[in-house]
Every structure is written in C-alpha cells, then in structure tokens.
Design a protein around this ligand. Structure first.
Ligand code: 5AD
Ligand code: SF4
Ligand code: FES
Length: 347
C-alpha cells in the first residue's frame, strides 16, 4: 500500500481520502522520512526555495465569541484585555517594514470596537505610509465590510475553518456556524482577496478521517495559504484537561497539505514552535512549509494574547524575533524572500 501511494506522489497523481488516512497513520521513521522527503520536493517545485515572512500584529484580544478551545474567548474573565491604539498599530507596521517584512498580518479577536469605518481608515493609512501587503485576521464580518476592506487596500484574509467535521465544528463553536464559515471563505475569494485558512491538529474528538477531509477541503477551496498547528489545551477554557495535538501529526498534515495543494503558502506556525521550541519551525520548513510569521506585537501585550498557554516569544521583542527567525532560516540554508510573497497559484 505505502509503495503504491508513494508511486502516486512521484507521478503527481491525486491522492484520495483513503490514501491520506493511510499516510496519516504512518509510524515508522523511515516511512515518515519517505513522505517528508517528497513533500519537500513538492515545496521546492511549486513554492520555491524562498521563505516568506509575515509580521504578525496582535492588535486586540477582545472577542465576542466563545470558541471552546481559545484562551481569549469571551467568557474567560482571566484574560487581560487590551486594544492597541491606532497610532501604535501604525508605528508597529513601520517597525515591521523596517525589519524587512513585506506583509503585515493584522490579527485580533472578533472585536466590534473596530468598526468597518475604523478598519478602513487604518488600512488606508497603512497603505499610505508603508509598502506592505496587508492580511486581515479578524474573524467573520459581513461581506459588505470585507468589500470595503479590499477597496481600502487590504490584500489577504486569514480565517481558519478549524475542522471540516461539521458536528465537531458545531461542538467547539457555540456561536459560529460551519456553513457560514465556508461561505465567508468563498466570497472572500470572489471579492479578490488571497484567502488563507487552516485547522488545528488534535482537537478533542478529531479523527484521522477528519484530517484527511480537512486536507481535501484545502484543495477544494483553492486556498492561497493554509495554516495548521497543534491544538494546545488552555486550562481556562471548557476543554481543560484534554491532550494537546502532537508535533508528529502536525508534520504529517503539513507534508500532505503541500502534496495535495501544491501551491498553497504554508506557515510553520507559532503553536508548532511552542510544542517543539528547538526545531519545530525548521523541520516544518523542510517538509512542506514555506512561510514564517514573526511576531511584531509590542512586548507589553504579548502575554495577554494567550490563545494557548506557554506561547513562544512572549518576552521577546520584534527585533529579537527577527534575529531568531533569520538565524533559524539561515541554519537550514534557505533564502528569505524580499518580495511580498503573494499567492503562487497559477492563473
Ligand atoms: N491551541 C492552538 N491553536 C489555537 N487557536 C485558538 N486557540 C488555540 C489553542 N488552544 C488558533 C485557532 C484560531 C487561531 C487564531 O488560533 O486555529 O483560528
Ligand atoms: Fe475569538 Fe478567534 Fe478565540 Fe474564537 S478563536 S474565541 S473567534 S479569538
Ligand atoms: Fe520570537 Fe524566536 S521567533 S524568539
């Protein structure tokens, strides 16, 4: 079975769900290396050698939602809430630009203080002052609002669907709807955004069939970016006491995402770095990933943006993370991109 599937990969034939479930079940080191090696070849062929950097600005941790896994969910009264003032967001973008990042990711909880008017103003001012692509990672909004953000100059969106198992999705998201999430992703693309999404690995109750379905979903949605990271249990959530996702399963999903989607940008995520500080990101970059999202959020806010515990980089500042990331990429002999790192999907 393994030989047949590897042959399919070598011939660039499509993998089906059964193939994916089988590969997700691999355990032997040499089998895994055979898979990872092929994912690395696909990465090289379809996404190139360069690693793209996106400066991450966590500008607010207020959230109207109550996702069961998330440390900044509405009902977590222990979370210290903050919003960065506009001027500070703008100066943080300037710093990101100075560090050489050609994309900034504006990320927050679903914070309605940031009305469409306020966000449009912010996007316009960023585009006036800085030569950067803008990714919005702000959750669900009405289509008309995203249309305004696009017109104002935003380039990309980022909103994970978390799992393609709709029953599990509903269980984990008391105030979201699976179909609505998928619909938002579809019209974000229609509007003209480069659209990113992704999932968590190891959610309580998630199966390998679910993960195989997730990977096929990435392809069906023709996502420009796919972020996958391990679920990390937060004690101040309804899911307290559950196991974390594993690093190995995360590697397998990254590798298969590369093989199945070919062109998607794939970040080596912070959650992965958190579970494998020594070399999680470097390994990911060597088995399919081609993007890193260094944090540029001012240090005073970092510990409060606690989606999950023990997140890396909460005591480091933007310069420190910049040096750290460059060192890691240098250590695996890959070049850092100087471009915007737009989508590489053909056509
Ligand atoms: N562990 C790992 N990732 C998490 N996220 C939220 N909570 C956790 C957690 N406990 C991820 C979700 C969300 C993104 C902003 O952070 O996938 O989409
Ligand atoms: Fe809010 Fe996002 Fe956390 Fe859900 S995952 S509670 S939408 S910040
Ligand atoms: Fe922040 Fe390594 S990326 S310290």
């Amino acid at each position: 079975m393994l030989e047949e599937i590897l042959q399919k990969i070598d011939n660039e034939q499509d993998l089906n769900k059964e193939d994916l479930v089988f590969l997700l079940g691999l355990k032997r080191r040499e089998d895994l290396e055979a898979l990872y090696h092929r994912a690395d070849l696909y990465r090289k062929k379809y996404a190139g050698e360069e690693v793209h950097l996106r400066g991450l600005i966590e500008f607010s941790n207020y959230c109207r939602k109550n996702c069961c896994y998330c440390g900044i969910r509405r009902d977590n009264v222990k979370a210290r809430r903050y919003r960065m003032p506009n001027e500070e967001i703008l100066s943080t973008v300037t710093l990101a630009e100075k560090l050489g990042y050609r994309t900034v990711v504006l990320q927050s909880g679903e914070d309605m203080y940031f009305t469409a008017d306020r966000l449009v103003d912010l996007i316009k001012r960023i585009k006036q002052q800085s030569d950067v692509a803008i990714t919005l990672s702000i959750g669900e909004r009405p289509r008309e609002e995203y249309e305004r953000f696009f017109k104002a100059g935003a380039d990309r969106t980022l909103i994970r669907f978390e799992t393609s198992n709709r029953v599990l999705y509903q269980k984990l998201h008391p105030d979201s709807d699976y179909d609505e999430r998928m619909t938002q992703l579809k019209w974000q693309k229609e509007i003209g955004f480069q659209v990113g999404s992704g999932i968590m690995i190891g959610l309580p109750g998630q199966t390998m069939e679910d993960l195989a379905g997730d990977i096929l979903k990435f392809k069906e949605l023709e996502l420009d970016m796919v972020g996958v990271g391990p679920y990390i249990c937060h004690q101040d959530t309804p899911l307290k006491g559950n196991d974390n996702g594993t690093v190995e399963m995360t590697f397998k999903v990254i590798a298969l995402t590369r093989i199945v989607t070919r062109y998607a940008h794939i970040p080596a995520t912070t959650a992965l770095a958190t579970l494998r500080q020594a070399d999680g990101r470097e390994r990911a970059l060597q088995l399919g990933a081609n993007v890193v999202m260094p944090n540029v959020t001012p240090v005073e806010y970092r510990s409060a943006y606690e989606l999950y515990p023990a997140k890396v980089c909460i005591y480091e500042d933007a310069e420190k993370c910049h040096g750290c990331i460059h060192g890691r990429i240098f250590s695996i002999d890959r070049p850092v991109s100087k471009g915007y790192g737009h989508s590489v999907w053909p056509g």
